[in-house]
Design a protein around this ligand. Structure first.
Ligand code: ZN
Length: 212
């Protein structure tokens, strides 16, 4: 509903659009939320415009100000998945291709990442993570909310298994050690609104340099 109403910060927008792209039921639910939003807008009482409003809109249209999107022309509209693509369309739009074309950065233990958005300190951060088959992530807890969407392979967290299209939401009550399943590297889109809290010293030192 927050996504349909346009209330989410860009990184959450991206993970919702990506998750909804992989889920037929979610796309149907999103359409109904948008229809409800449209009906509410129709019924809303419109306050009278002040005399400068039209000129202000025309000035905005004439100005060269960039639209509020990632990169050029990027929009997080969910779309049905292409049969052969690993990344959902909103992610392919922003990254310029599917997983074969990406520039990954190694962050240790064979884990690679691409930071997509949210370098500003107060903004949620979206990152693509590739975790080698069988690899455990360092044990950590969270200062805020972490949303992880699986795009390829699978991981287990305790007794729960997450595979393509599944979303795990972890908050500051959760301390966990997700483990990528054997057989295939696990690629996830992870969004965090605060730095992770690692239990061990080495990851704590590394995170200063890796922005995780
Ligand atoms: Zn976590």
């Amino acid at each position: 509903m927050g996504y349909a109403a346009g209330l989410l910060p860009p990184a959450y927008d991206l993970v919702v659009a990506s998750a909804v792209s992989l889920d037929d039921d979610a796309r149907a639910r999103l359409s109904s939320f948008e229809a409800i939003g449209g009906t509410l807008l129709d019924d809303i009482e419109v306050p009278p415009l002040d005399s400068h409003s039209i000129q202000a809109v025309m000035d905005k249209i004439d100005s060269d100000a960039a639209p509020e999107t990632y990169g050029s022309g990027y929009q997080t509209r969910p779309r049905a998945p292409a049969p052969t693509a690993v990344l959902p369309q909103p992610l392919r739009d922003i990254l310029g291709g599917d997983i074969g074309t990406l520039q990954w950065r190694g962050i240790g233990l064979g884990v690679r990442q691409i930071i997509i958005a949210g370098d500003a300190e107060d903004q949620p951060t979206a990152r693509l993570l590739s975790i080698p088959a069988g690899q455990a992530m360092p044990e950590h807890s969270h200062s805020g909310t972490e949303i992880t969407l699986v795009l390829k392979g699978a991981f287990t967290d305790g007794t729960v298994r997450y595979a393509r299209g599944d979303v795990e939401v972890a908050d500051d009550d959760v301390e966990h050690t997700p483990v990528a399943e054997a057989g295939s590297d696990c690629i996830c889109l992870a969004v965090t609104d605060a730095p992770l809290r690692f239990s061990a010293l080495l990851p704590r030192i590394a995170q200063v340099f890796l922005n995780i």
